[in-house]
Design a protein around this ligand. Sequence first.
Ligand code: NAP
Ligand code: MG
Length: 478
Amino acid sequence: MLFINNEWVDSQSGKTLDTFNPHDGSIIAKVAEGDKTDIDLAVSAAKIAFHRNSEWRLLDASARGQILCRFADLVKRDLQYLADLESYNNGMLINFARWAIAGSEKSIRYIASLADKIQGDTLPADGDVFAYTLKQPMGICGLILPWNVPVLMFINKVVTALAAGCTVVVKPAEQTPLTALALAALLKEAGLPAGVVNVVNGYGPSAGAALTHHPGVAKISFTGSVEVGKLIQKAAGANNLKRVTLELGGKSPLVIMADADLDMAVRTAAFAVFGNQGQMCIAASRLYVQSSIYDKFVEKAVEFAKNIKIGNPSEPTTQHGPQIDEEMMNKVLHYIEKGQQEGGKLLIGGQRIGDQGFYIQPAVFSNVTDDMTIAKEEIFGPVQSILKFDTLEEVIDRANKTSYGLAAGIFTTSVTNALQFSKHVEAGIIWVNNYLSFPPQCPFGGFKDSGIGRENGMDCVNSYLEVKTVNMALSKKF
Ligand code: NAP
Ligand code: MG
Protein backbone atom coordinates (compact mmCIF):
# COMPACT_ATOMS: atom_id res chain seq x y z
CA MET A 1 0.00 0.00 0.00
CA LEU A 2 0.93 3.64 -0.38
CA PHE A 3 0.29 6.09 2.46
CA ILE A 4 -1.45 9.22 1.19
CA ASN A 5 -3.51 11.63 3.28
CA ASN A 6 -3.31 9.29 6.31
CA GLU A 7 -4.94 6.52 4.28
CA TRP A 8 -3.59 3.24 2.90
CA VAL A 9 -4.20 3.16 -0.83
CA ASP A 10 -3.21 1.02 -3.81
CA SER A 11 -1.20 2.59 -6.59
CA GLN A 12 -3.35 4.06 -9.33
CA SER A 13 -1.84 1.69 -11.88
CA GLY A 14 -2.47 -1.30 -9.62
CA LYS A 15 1.19 -2.31 -10.06
CA THR A 16 3.26 -3.81 -7.26
CA LEU A 17 6.95 -4.35 -6.70
CA ASP A 18 8.50 -7.38 -5.00
CA THR A 19 10.65 -6.84 -1.97
CA PHE A 20 13.25 -9.35 -0.80
CA ASN A 21 15.04 -10.74 2.22
CA PRO A 22 18.77 -10.39 1.44
CA HIS A 23 19.54 -13.37 3.71
CA ASP A 24 18.10 -15.88 1.24
CA GLY A 25 16.82 -13.80 -1.68
CA SER A 26 13.20 -14.83 -1.02
CA ILE A 27 10.31 -12.49 -1.79
CA ILE A 28 8.82 -11.27 1.49
CA ALA A 29 6.13 -8.85 0.30
CA LYS A 30 4.50 -7.24 -2.68
CA VAL A 31 4.32 -3.51 -2.21
CA ALA A 32 2.23 -0.99 -4.15
CA GLU A 33 4.43 0.62 -6.81
CA GLY A 34 3.70 4.30 -7.19
CA ASP A 35 4.56 6.45 -10.19
CA LYS A 36 3.87 10.00 -11.38
CA THR A 37 0.09 9.74 -10.88
CA ASP A 38 0.52 8.69 -7.25
CA ILE A 39 3.17 11.35 -6.66
CA ASP A 40 0.71 13.95 -7.99
CA LEU A 41 -1.94 12.72 -5.54
CA ALA A 42 0.52 12.75 -2.65
CA VAL A 43 1.72 16.27 -3.49
CA SER A 44 -1.91 17.45 -3.68
CA ALA A 45 -2.57 16.00 -0.21
CA ALA A 46 0.59 17.65 1.12
CA LYS A 47 -0.47 20.93 -0.46
CA ILE A 48 -3.86 20.92 1.24
CA ALA A 49 -2.17 20.03 4.53
CA PHE A 50 0.12 23.04 4.06
CA HIS A 51 -2.67 25.55 3.45
CA ARG A 52 -2.37 28.48 5.85
CA ASN A 53 -5.67 27.56 7.53
CA SER A 54 -4.98 23.83 7.79
CA GLU A 55 -4.92 21.99 11.10
CA TRP A 56 -1.16 21.53 10.72
CA ARG A 57 -0.39 25.17 10.00
CA LEU A 58 -2.59 26.36 12.85
CA LEU A 59 -0.90 24.15 15.41
CA ASP A 60 1.31 25.83 17.99
CA ALA A 61 4.99 25.17 17.36
CA SER A 62 5.19 23.48 20.76
CA ALA A 63 2.32 21.18 19.77
CA ARG A 64 4.27 20.18 16.65
CA GLY A 65 7.12 19.23 18.93
CA GLN A 66 4.76 17.25 21.17
CA ILE A 67 3.43 15.18 18.26
CA LEU A 68 7.02 14.37 17.35
CA CYS A 69 7.78 13.40 20.95
CA ARG A 70 4.78 11.05 20.88
CA PHE A 71 6.22 9.61 17.69
CA ALA A 72 9.50 9.02 19.57
CA ASP A 73 7.55 7.19 22.31
CA LEU A 74 5.95 4.95 19.69
CA VAL A 75 9.29 4.23 18.00
CA LYS A 76 10.59 3.22 21.44
CA ARG A 77 7.52 1.05 22.06
CA ASP A 78 7.93 -0.71 18.69
CA LEU A 79 11.72 -0.77 18.63
CA GLN A 80 12.00 -4.56 18.47
CA TYR A 81 9.38 -4.82 15.71
CA LEU A 82 11.03 -2.06 13.67
CA ALA A 83 14.47 -3.63 14.15
CA ASP A 84 13.17 -7.06 13.07
CA LEU A 85 11.54 -5.56 10.00
CA GLU A 86 14.67 -3.58 9.13
CA SER A 87 16.82 -6.67 9.49
CA TYR A 88 14.39 -8.79 7.45
CA ASN A 89 14.09 -6.34 4.55
CA ASN A 90 17.60 -4.87 4.54
CA GLY A 91 19.79 -7.69 5.89
CA MET A 92 20.98 -5.38 8.66
CA LEU A 93 22.36 -7.12 11.75
CA ILE A 94 19.63 -7.16 14.36
CA ASN A 95 21.90 -5.58 16.99
CA PHE A 96 22.98 -2.87 14.55
CA ALA A 97 19.32 -2.21 13.70
CA ARG A 98 18.42 -1.90 17.39
CA TRP A 99 21.35 0.49 17.90
CA ALA A 100 20.42 2.60 14.85
CA ILE A 101 16.75 2.79 15.83
CA ALA A 102 17.51 3.62 19.46
CA GLY A 103 19.77 6.40 18.15
CA SER A 104 16.98 7.58 15.85
CA GLU A 105 14.57 7.78 18.77
CA LYS A 106 17.03 10.14 20.47
CA SER A 107 17.30 12.14 17.25
CA ILE A 108 13.55 12.59 17.13
CA ARG A 109 13.53 14.01 20.66
CA TYR A 110 16.43 16.34 19.87
CA ILE A 111 14.93 17.62 16.62
CA ALA A 112 11.43 17.85 18.16
CA SER A 113 12.88 20.14 20.82
CA LEU A 114 13.84 22.60 18.07
CA ALA A 115 10.26 23.01 16.79
CA ASP A 116 9.45 25.91 19.12
CA LYS A 117 12.90 27.49 19.01
CA ILE A 118 12.60 28.78 15.48
CA GLN A 119 12.91 32.52 15.75
CA GLY A 120 13.71 35.52 13.64
CA ASP A 121 15.56 38.70 14.57
CA THR A 122 14.67 42.32 15.08
CA LEU A 123 16.98 44.31 12.85
CA PRO A 124 18.78 47.61 13.38
CA ALA A 125 17.65 48.67 9.91
CA ASP A 126 18.55 52.07 8.45
CA GLY A 127 15.64 54.58 8.26
CA ASP A 128 12.66 55.22 10.53
CA VAL A 129 11.42 51.66 10.25
CA PHE A 130 10.82 48.64 12.37
CA ALA A 131 12.32 45.61 10.63
CA TYR A 132 12.31 42.00 11.65
CA THR A 133 12.67 38.54 10.16
CA LEU A 134 10.29 35.63 10.22
CA LYS A 135 11.46 32.08 9.58
CA GLN A 136 8.76 30.14 7.82
CA PRO A 137 8.45 26.57 6.52
CA MET A 138 9.40 26.18 2.85
CA GLY A 139 6.34 24.16 1.94
CA ILE A 140 6.06 20.70 0.43
CA CYS A 141 9.28 18.73 0.61
CA GLY A 142 10.24 15.65 -1.37
CA LEU A 143 12.39 13.28 0.65
CA ILE A 144 14.19 10.59 -1.34
CA LEU A 145 15.75 7.81 0.71
CA PRO A 146 18.49 5.21 0.18
CA TRP A 147 18.30 1.58 1.29
CA ASN A 148 21.33 1.35 3.56
CA VAL A 149 19.86 2.61 6.87
CA PRO A 150 16.18 3.09 6.02
CA VAL A 151 14.68 3.85 9.46
CA LEU A 152 17.42 6.30 10.37
CA MET A 153 17.12 8.11 7.03
CA PHE A 154 13.33 8.33 7.17
CA ILE A 155 13.38 9.66 10.71
CA ASN A 156 16.12 12.21 10.19
CA LYS A 157 14.60 13.77 7.12
CA VAL A 158 10.92 13.54 8.01
CA VAL A 159 11.25 14.76 11.58
CA THR A 160 13.42 17.72 10.61
CA ALA A 161 10.98 18.81 7.90
CA LEU A 162 8.06 18.46 10.32
CA ALA A 163 9.80 20.33 13.12
CA ALA A 164 10.14 23.20 10.63
CA GLY A 165 6.41 22.98 9.84
CA CYS A 166 6.67 21.60 6.30
CA THR A 167 4.63 18.78 4.78
CA VAL A 168 6.34 15.92 2.97
CA VAL A 169 6.20 13.23 0.32
CA VAL A 170 8.67 10.42 0.99
CA LYS A 171 10.06 8.12 -1.72
CA PRO A 172 11.84 5.22 0.00
CA ALA A 173 14.38 3.08 -1.84
CA GLU A 174 12.92 0.35 -3.98
CA GLN A 175 14.82 -2.35 -2.03
CA THR A 176 13.54 -1.29 1.41
CA PRO A 177 9.92 -0.11 1.28
CA LEU A 178 8.64 -1.69 4.49
CA THR A 179 9.91 0.26 7.50
CA ALA A 180 8.84 3.57 5.93
CA LEU A 181 5.26 2.28 5.90
CA ALA A 182 5.52 1.14 9.53
CA LEU A 183 6.84 4.57 10.53
CA ALA A 184 4.05 6.34 8.63
CA ALA A 185 1.52 4.34 10.66
CA LEU A 186 3.25 5.46 13.86
CA LEU A 187 3.13 9.11 12.77
CA LYS A 188 -0.60 8.79 12.22
CA GLU A 189 -0.97 7.16 15.64
CA ALA A 190 1.04 10.01 17.16
CA GLY A 191 -1.66 12.40 15.93
CA LEU A 192 -0.21 13.86 12.77
CA PRO A 193 -2.97 15.47 10.67
CA ALA A 194 -3.81 13.96 7.28
CA GLY A 195 -1.59 14.87 4.33
CA VAL A 196 1.37 16.06 6.40
CA VAL A 197 3.39 12.90 5.69
CA ASN A 198 2.81 10.82 2.56
CA VAL A 199 4.81 7.76 1.50
CA VAL A 200 4.98 6.67 -2.12
CA ASN A 201 7.06 3.59 -2.79
CA GLY A 202 8.27 3.11 -6.33
CA TYR A 203 11.30 3.38 -8.57
CA GLY A 204 13.71 6.30 -8.86
CA PRO A 205 13.30 7.04 -12.57
CA SER A 206 9.48 7.11 -12.27
CA ALA A 207 8.25 8.04 -8.76
CA GLY A 208 11.54 9.71 -7.73
CA ALA A 209 11.85 11.73 -10.92
CA ALA A 210 8.17 12.79 -10.73
CA LEU A 211 8.85 14.21 -7.27
CA THR A 212 12.03 16.03 -8.26
CA HIS A 213 10.30 17.55 -11.32
CA HIS A 214 7.02 18.47 -9.60
CA PRO A 215 6.50 22.25 -9.73
CA GLY A 216 4.54 22.19 -6.46
CA VAL A 217 7.48 20.84 -4.47
CA ALA A 218 9.64 23.48 -2.76
CA LYS A 219 12.57 21.36 -1.66
CA ILE A 220 14.22 18.00 -2.19
CA SER A 221 16.32 16.28 0.41
CA PHE A 222 18.16 13.26 -0.94
CA THR A 223 20.63 10.69 0.36
CA GLY A 224 22.26 8.29 -2.07
CA SER A 225 24.83 8.16 -4.83
CA VAL A 226 26.65 11.14 -6.35
CA GLU A 227 25.42 10.07 -9.77
CA VAL A 228 21.75 10.36 -8.79
CA GLY A 229 22.51 13.42 -6.64
CA LYS A 230 23.63 15.23 -9.79
CA LEU A 231 20.45 14.17 -11.63
CA ILE A 232 18.41 15.46 -8.74
CA GLN A 233 20.11 18.82 -8.65
CA LYS A 234 19.44 19.19 -12.36
CA ALA A 235 15.80 18.09 -12.08
CA ALA A 236 15.29 20.44 -9.14
CA GLY A 237 15.91 23.37 -11.47
CA ALA A 238 13.84 22.11 -14.39
CA ASN A 239 10.31 23.33 -13.60
CA ASN A 240 10.81 25.52 -10.56
CA LEU A 241 13.77 26.37 -8.35
CA LYS A 242 13.72 23.75 -5.61
CA ARG A 243 16.10 24.00 -2.71
CA VAL A 244 18.23 20.88 -2.39
CA THR A 245 19.97 19.11 0.42
CA LEU A 246 22.19 16.29 -0.80
CA GLU A 247 23.94 13.70 1.35
CA LEU A 248 26.03 11.70 -1.08
CA GLY A 249 28.75 9.15 -0.93
CA GLY A 250 32.31 9.17 0.27
CA LYS A 251 35.75 7.65 0.02
CA SER A 252 36.69 8.51 3.55
CA PRO A 253 40.30 8.33 4.72
CA LEU A 254 41.15 6.90 8.13
CA VAL A 255 44.75 7.54 9.20
CA ILE A 256 46.61 5.44 11.76
CA MET A 257 49.73 7.17 13.10
CA ALA A 258 52.55 5.11 14.60
CA ASP A 259 51.83 6.55 18.05
CA ALA A 260 48.22 5.26 18.10
CA ASP A 261 46.81 2.56 20.35
CA LEU A 262 47.20 -0.23 17.80
CA ASP A 263 44.58 -2.72 19.01
CA MET A 264 41.92 -0.04 19.37
CA ALA A 265 42.79 1.28 15.90
CA VAL A 266 42.57 -2.20 14.31
CA ARG A 267 39.18 -2.87 15.91
CA THR A 268 37.71 0.52 15.06
CA ALA A 269 39.09 0.52 11.51
CA ALA A 270 37.43 -2.85 10.90
CA PHE A 271 34.07 -1.68 12.20
CA ALA A 272 34.46 1.55 10.21
CA VAL A 273 34.56 -0.33 6.92
CA PHE A 274 32.83 -3.67 7.60
CA GLY A 275 29.98 -2.20 9.68
CA ASN A 276 26.59 -2.64 7.99
CA GLN A 277 28.46 -4.82 5.46
CA GLY A 278 30.35 -1.74 4.29
CA GLN A 279 27.11 -0.14 3.13
CA MET A 280 27.73 3.20 4.78
CA CYS A 281 28.34 6.55 3.12
CA ILE A 282 30.91 7.26 5.86
CA ALA A 283 32.75 3.93 5.46
CA ALA A 284 36.49 4.28 6.07
CA SER A 285 37.36 2.79 2.71
CA ARG A 286 40.87 4.28 2.50
CA LEU A 287 42.88 3.14 5.49
CA TYR A 288 46.27 4.88 5.66
CA VAL A 289 48.75 3.26 8.07
CA GLN A 290 52.13 4.81 8.91
CA SER A 291 55.00 2.80 7.43
CA SER A 292 56.74 1.87 10.71
CA ILE A 293 53.66 -0.02 11.96
CA TYR A 294 52.27 -1.06 8.57
CA ASP A 295 53.21 -4.76 8.62
CA LYS A 296 52.13 -5.24 12.23
CA PHE A 297 48.82 -3.47 11.57
CA VAL A 298 48.09 -5.52 8.44
CA GLU A 299 48.78 -8.75 10.33
CA LYS A 300 46.35 -7.76 13.09
CA ALA A 301 43.73 -6.53 10.60
CA VAL A 302 43.76 -9.90 8.81
CA GLU A 303 43.48 -11.72 12.12
CA PHE A 304 40.51 -9.53 13.06
CA ALA A 305 38.74 -10.08 9.72
CA LYS A 306 39.31 -13.85 9.96
CA ASN A 307 37.32 -14.01 13.19
CA ILE A 308 34.24 -12.09 12.06
CA LYS A 309 31.19 -14.33 12.45
CA ILE A 310 29.16 -14.33 9.25
CA GLY A 311 25.55 -15.51 9.10
CA ASN A 312 21.86 -14.79 9.39
CA PRO A 313 21.51 -11.13 10.41
CA SER A 314 18.54 -11.84 12.63
CA GLU A 315 20.74 -13.97 14.97
CA PRO A 316 22.04 -11.66 17.72
CA THR A 317 25.51 -13.23 17.71
CA THR A 318 26.09 -12.68 13.98
CA GLN A 319 28.70 -10.01 13.20
CA HIS A 320 28.38 -9.82 9.43
CA GLY A 321 25.30 -10.20 7.22
CA PRO A 322 24.45 -10.10 3.51
CA GLN A 323 24.73 -7.25 0.99
CA ILE A 324 21.43 -5.62 0.08
CA ASP A 325 20.85 -7.39 -3.25
CA GLU A 326 22.43 -9.39 -6.03
CA GLU A 327 23.33 -6.32 -8.06
CA MET A 328 25.23 -4.70 -5.20
CA MET A 329 26.89 -8.02 -4.32
CA ASN A 330 28.14 -8.42 -7.89
CA LYS A 331 29.30 -4.80 -7.98
CA VAL A 332 31.37 -5.34 -4.83
CA LEU A 333 32.80 -8.66 -6.13
CA HIS A 334 33.76 -6.86 -9.31
CA TYR A 335 35.68 -4.23 -7.32
CA ILE A 336 37.48 -7.01 -5.43
CA GLU A 337 38.53 -8.60 -8.72
CA LYS A 338 39.69 -5.26 -10.07
CA GLY A 339 41.68 -4.62 -6.89
CA GLN A 340 43.63 -7.83 -7.50
CA GLN A 341 44.13 -7.12 -11.22
CA GLU A 342 45.54 -3.70 -10.45
CA GLY A 343 48.12 -5.09 -8.00
CA GLY A 344 46.41 -4.99 -4.60
CA LYS A 345 47.23 -7.99 -2.38
CA LEU A 346 44.03 -9.74 -1.23
CA LEU A 347 45.02 -11.23 2.11
CA ILE A 348 41.69 -12.64 3.23
CA GLY A 349 38.04 -12.84 2.15
CA GLY A 350 36.53 -11.31 -0.93
CA GLN A 351 34.56 -14.39 -2.00
CA ARG A 352 30.85 -14.90 -2.18
CA ILE A 353 29.67 -17.28 0.53
CA GLY A 354 27.20 -19.97 -0.55
CA ASP A 355 24.73 -19.47 -3.36
CA GLN A 356 21.73 -18.31 -1.37
CA GLY A 357 21.44 -14.74 -0.24
CA PHE A 358 24.07 -12.11 -0.96
CA TYR A 359 26.97 -12.82 1.38
CA ILE A 360 30.57 -11.71 0.84
CA GLN A 361 33.39 -12.58 3.22
CA PRO A 362 34.99 -9.32 4.46
CA ALA A 363 38.06 -8.60 2.35
CA VAL A 364 41.39 -7.11 3.43
CA PHE A 365 43.77 -5.72 0.81
CA SER A 366 47.34 -4.59 1.49
CA ASN A 367 49.75 -2.90 -0.94
CA VAL A 368 46.98 -0.61 -2.14
CA THR A 369 48.07 2.59 -3.88
CA ASP A 370 46.14 5.81 -4.48
CA ASP A 371 45.75 5.19 -8.22
CA MET A 372 43.91 1.85 -7.85
CA THR A 373 40.18 1.75 -8.50
CA ILE A 374 39.48 0.35 -5.02
CA ALA A 375 41.21 3.40 -3.53
CA LYS A 376 39.27 5.85 -5.69
CA GLU A 377 35.68 4.70 -6.08
CA GLU A 378 32.98 4.18 -3.48
CA ILE A 379 32.59 0.40 -3.18
CA PHE A 380 29.76 0.25 -0.64
CA GLY A 381 30.85 -3.19 0.50
CA PRO A 382 33.12 -4.96 3.03
CA VAL A 383 36.47 -4.16 1.45
CA GLN A 384 39.30 -2.82 3.60
CA SER A 385 42.05 -1.20 1.53
CA ILE A 386 45.24 -0.58 3.51
CA LEU A 387 47.63 2.03 2.12
CA LYS A 388 51.07 3.04 3.45
CA PHE A 389 52.30 6.55 4.27
CA ASP A 390 55.35 8.13 5.87
CA THR A 391 54.49 11.62 7.13
CA LEU A 392 51.41 13.50 8.30
CA GLU A 393 52.02 16.20 5.66
CA GLU A 394 52.02 13.59 2.93
CA VAL A 395 48.91 11.79 4.17
CA ILE A 396 46.90 15.02 4.46
CA ASP A 397 47.58 15.77 0.79
CA ARG A 398 46.70 12.21 -0.19
CA ALA A 399 43.54 12.24 1.94
CA ASN A 400 42.36 15.34 0.07
CA LYS A 401 43.10 13.94 -3.39
CA THR A 402 39.51 12.91 -4.04
CA SER A 403 36.35 14.59 -5.21
CA TYR A 404 34.59 13.30 -2.09
CA GLY A 405 34.68 14.97 1.32
CA LEU A 406 32.25 13.34 3.71
CA ALA A 407 34.25 12.03 6.66
CA ALA A 408 37.81 11.40 7.81
CA GLY A 409 39.46 9.94 10.89
CA ILE A 410 42.80 9.84 12.64
CA PHE A 411 44.15 7.63 15.38
CA THR A 412 47.01 9.29 17.22
CA THR A 413 48.07 10.20 20.75
CA SER A 414 49.54 13.51 19.56
CA VAL A 415 47.29 16.55 19.94
CA THR A 416 49.31 18.35 17.27
CA ASN A 417 48.73 15.57 14.75
CA ALA A 418 45.03 15.57 15.56
CA LEU A 419 44.69 19.34 15.25
CA GLN A 420 46.70 19.56 12.03
CA PHE A 421 44.72 16.77 10.44
CA SER A 422 41.35 18.17 11.58
CA LYS A 423 42.21 21.61 10.25
CA HIS A 424 43.48 20.61 6.83
CA VAL A 425 41.44 17.60 5.73
CA GLU A 426 38.52 18.55 3.51
CA ALA A 427 35.63 16.66 5.07
CA GLY A 428 32.40 17.46 6.86
CA ILE A 429 33.13 15.20 9.83
CA ILE A 430 36.49 14.45 11.43
CA TRP A 431 36.83 11.71 14.00
CA VAL A 432 39.83 11.60 16.32
CA ASN A 433 40.47 8.25 18.04
CA ASN A 434 36.95 7.12 17.19
CA TYR A 435 34.81 6.62 14.11
CA LEU A 436 31.12 6.38 13.21
CA SER A 437 29.68 8.38 16.09
CA PHE A 438 27.22 10.98 14.87
CA PRO A 439 24.96 12.18 17.67
CA PRO A 440 22.03 14.42 16.68
CA GLN A 441 23.67 17.51 18.20
CA CYS A 442 26.47 17.39 15.58
CA PRO A 443 25.97 18.65 12.01
CA PHE A 444 26.34 15.89 9.41
CA GLY A 445 27.15 16.36 5.73
CA GLY A 446 29.90 16.63 3.20
CA PHE A 447 32.40 18.89 1.49
CA LYS A 448 32.86 18.78 -2.31
CA ASP A 449 30.95 16.03 -4.18
CA SER A 450 29.80 14.45 -0.92
CA GLY A 451 26.88 16.80 -0.75
CA ILE A 452 25.21 20.11 -0.18
CA GLY A 453 23.94 21.24 3.21
CA ARG A 454 23.95 19.64 6.63
CA GLU A 455 21.54 17.48 8.59
CA ASN A 456 21.44 17.24 12.40
CA GLY A 457 22.73 19.92 14.74
CA MET A 458 20.94 23.05 15.97
CA ASP A 459 20.70 24.46 12.45
CA CYS A 460 19.09 21.42 10.83
CA VAL A 461 15.60 22.96 10.68
CA ASN A 462 16.97 26.03 8.91
CA SER A 463 17.35 24.06 5.72
CA TYR A 464 13.56 23.66 5.68
CA LEU A 465 12.86 27.34 6.40
CA GLU A 466 12.70 30.51 4.36
CA VAL A 467 13.73 33.83 5.88
CA LYS A 468 11.25 36.64 5.39
CA THR A 469 12.12 40.25 6.11
CA VAL A 470 9.32 42.53 7.26
CA ASN A 471 10.09 46.23 7.00
CA MET A 472 7.48 48.51 8.56
CA ALA A 473 7.45 52.31 8.33
CA LEU A 474 7.21 54.06 11.71
CA SER A 475 6.75 57.52 10.22
CA LYS A 476 6.57 59.12 6.79
CA LYS A 477 10.35 59.78 6.94
CA PHE A 478 11.74 56.40 6.07
P1 NAP B 1 20.78 5.68 -5.69
O1 NAP B 1 20.65 5.19 -7.06
O2 NAP B 1 21.51 6.93 -5.45
O3 NAP B 1 19.30 5.76 -5.08
C1 NAP B 1 18.94 6.47 -3.92
C2 NAP B 1 17.48 6.86 -4.05
O4 NAP B 1 17.27 7.71 -5.18
C3 NAP B 1 16.55 5.67 -4.26
O5 NAP B 1 15.34 5.92 -3.61
C4 NAP B 1 16.39 5.68 -5.76
O6 NAP B 1 15.28 4.97 -6.26
C5 NAP B 1 16.28 7.16 -6.03
N1 NAP B 1 16.53 7.51 -7.42
C6 NAP B 1 17.24 6.85 -8.36
N2 NAP B 1 17.22 7.51 -9.53
C7 NAP B 1 16.47 8.61 -9.34
C8 NAP B 1 16.07 9.69 -10.17
N3 NAP B 1 16.44 9.76 -11.45
N4 NAP B 1 15.30 10.67 -9.65
C9 NAP B 1 14.93 10.63 -8.37
N5 NAP B 1 15.25 9.62 -7.53
C10 NAP B 1 16.03 8.63 -8.00
O7 NAP B 1 21.43 4.57 -4.81
P2 NAP B 1 21.28 3.02 -5.03
O8 NAP B 1 20.78 2.63 -6.38
O9 NAP B 1 20.44 2.55 -3.94
O10 NAP B 1 22.79 2.57 -4.84
C11 NAP B 1 23.78 2.86 -5.82
C12 NAP B 1 25.05 3.39 -5.19
O11 NAP B 1 24.74 4.54 -4.41
C13 NAP B 1 25.72 2.47 -4.20
O12 NAP B 1 26.58 1.64 -4.82
C14 NAP B 1 26.43 3.43 -3.29
O13 NAP B 1 27.70 3.73 -3.78
C15 NAP B 1 25.59 4.65 -3.31
N6 NAP B 1 24.77 4.84 -2.13
C16 NAP B 1 25.15 5.80 -1.26
C17 NAP B 1 24.41 6.01 -0.11
C18 NAP B 1 24.79 7.03 0.88
O14 NAP B 1 24.34 6.97 2.00
N7 NAP B 1 25.57 8.00 0.52
C19 NAP B 1 23.30 5.23 0.15
C20 NAP B 1 22.90 4.28 -0.79
C21 NAP B 1 23.66 4.10 -1.91
P3 NAP B 1 15.39 3.38 -6.49
O15 NAP B 1 14.74 2.83 -5.30
O16 NAP B 1 14.65 3.06 -7.74
O17 NAP B 1 16.82 3.02 -6.60
MG1 MG C 1 18.54 2.00 -6.63
